[in-house]
Structures are given as C-alpha cells and as structure tokens.
Design a protein around this ligand. Structure first.
Ligand SMILES: Cc1ncc(C[n+]2csc(CCOP(=O)(O)OP(=O)(O)O)c2C)c(N)n1
Ligand code: SF4
Length: 253
C-alpha cells in the first residue's frame, strides 16, 4: 500500500527528503497522499501550494501540480490558482510559523471569504527550518532559540483562530493519530469552503531538544496521551469562488 502511494504520488528524483530522522512532517505528508488517494481525485486536478519552511518542502516531494512559493504567501498563490481554475482541488501545506505569523493575515481573510481551499498545518510549535525560533504556537514558558528563558507570549490555537475568522471546517490531527488524521484531511478536502486541519507534528531537533521532550518515539507517545484529535467545526456557507462566478454571470452583457 505504502509503496504504491510512493510510486503514484511522489517524485522519486527528489527523494530522499531532507527532514531530520524522527521529524513528524514525513508522516503527515504520507497522510495527505493517502487522503487524496482515498478520495480518488485525478492527480492532475490537485494543486499543492506551500510557503517556505521544513514542512513546505512537500511541494517538491509530491507529484501533483505544485507551487513552492514565498514565506507566508501560500494562501495568496492558492487563491489565484482556485480563481483561475475552480475545478482544481487546491491544498495549502504550511508550517505554524508560515501560516500564523507572517501569513496570518492571509489566513484570516481566506477564512473570512470561505474560499474553497484546504489548509493542512504541519504544526511543530516552532520555526524548524531557521533554527528553532519561537512561533505563535510555541506554548508559554517553553524554550526556543529566541526564548532562552522561556517564551513569554501566549500562543495561538490555529484551528480556533480560523473558526473565529470564518472557516467552515476545522479539525485537529496529529502525526501519531494516523487513521484519524487521514480521515480528517479527507473530510476537509471534500468540504466545500475554507477548511483547516491543524496537525501536531514533532520537531525533535529543535523543539524536542530545547524542551527536553526526549526522542521522536517519546514525542509521538506524548501526542498519543495529550492530543485530542477530531473535527471541531463544520457549517455550510456561501463559497467565495461560486459567489464570484454568480456576479460575473449576472453582469455579462
Ligand atoms: C519573508 C521571509 N521572512 C523570513 C524567512 C525565513 N524563514 C524561512 S522558513 C521560516 C520559518 C519556518 O517555520 P514554520 O513555518 O513553522 O515551518 P517549519 O520549518 O517548522 O516546518 C522563516 C522565518 C523567509 N524565508 N522569508
Ligand atoms: S528541523 Fe525540525 S521541522 Fe525541520 S526537518 Fe528537522 S525535525 Fe523536522
């Protein structure tokens, strides 16, 4: 099953990936591929858009239409793709820093518009790629390269933030909870409107080491015991691209 998924959905020439041993991003990338496979979507009708970060590398590894864009701007590019071809399934893969710090405004306004995008957050509570600086999801008191005495900021709950801004599907998954996370990503993709699945990943190299969380297995077991996964919210609201098309139709001379 896994080798079939790898052959079908990954660019062999770009593998092996650069992630550290034990990084949760690889598990979540596979979950995303399986979710797309389960939905039987034609791979030429899928576009994966990422920003910059360790997690954003998936746009290079996955064999779909892909855009590896600039830090924090994945949703802006994804909006353009969806408008240009509304028949496309457009998925944004983003780190917690990418989507909730520099890309925070794109997130809240895309959620407000209820545009039919699916955002999968690879949330490891830290900036992995740049060396372990704290991000908006780093828990208060935890250590980071830029918080040697403990992070004094309160943290964002990205799923709640998206729901508050207008997202019509939100859920929490994790690298540990594989079958549940695949199902939630599937539901998010199938949902018409703005969906966000906030998936706990693990960065043993920076977050784990700085916070003495133990090896990757211990970090995954922590997720098993502490993360509650599942759908948080779903509602049916007018979708932005469909509303846009109605306006064009109504005003055609
Ligand atoms: C405009 C801009 N600002 C800053 C950076 C540096 N930068 C690259 S990735 C990154 C953060 C990565 O963290 P996150 O998005 O959480 O993803 P992770 O690496 O943890 O998967 C930053 C600050 C950049 N590339 N571009
Ligand atoms: S630095 Fe952290 S997030 Fe980046 S690949 Fe390594 S373990 Fe994963």
């Amino acid at each position: 099953m896994v080798s079939k998924i790898i052959q079908k959905y990954f660019r062999a020439g770009n593998l092996p990936h650069i992630w550290c041993p034990g990084c949760g991003h690889g598990i979540l990338m596979r979950d995303l591929a399986i979710a797309i496979d389960n939905l039987k979507i034609d791979k030429d009708k899928v576009c994966i858009v990422s920003g910059i970060g360790c997690s954003s590398r998936i746009a290079g590894y996955m064999d779909f239409n892909t855009l590896h864009t600039t830090h924090g701007r994945a949703i802006a590019f994804a909006t353009g793709v969806k408008l240009a071809d509304p028949s496309m399934t457009v998925i944004v893969a983003a780190g917690d820093g990418d989507i909730s710090a520099i890309g925070g405004n794109h997130l809240i306004h895309a959620a407000r518009r209820n545009i039919d995008l699916t955002v999968v957050v690879f949330n490891n509570d830290i900036y992995g790629m740049t060396g372990g600086q704290f991000s908006p999801t780093t828990p208060m008191g935890d250590f980071a390269t830029t918080a040697p005495y403990g992070n004094m900021d309160r943290h964002f709950d990205i799923a709640k933030l998206a729901e508050g801004a207008g997202a019509t599907y939100t859920a929490k998954g994790s690298a540990f909870h594989v079958p549940q996370t695949i199902k939630l990503i599937q539901e998010g993709i199938a949902h018409k409107g703005f969906s966000l699945i906030d998936c706990m990943s693990d960065c043993p190299t920076y977050y784990g080491r700085k916070n003495k969380k133990g090896d990757p297995v211990k970090m995954l077991n922590w997720q098993k015991d502490n993360i509650k996964v599942g759908k948080l919210y779903q509602s049916i609201e007018p979708e932005w691209v469909e509303e846009y098309e109605k306006i064009i139709k109504a005003n055609k001379k």
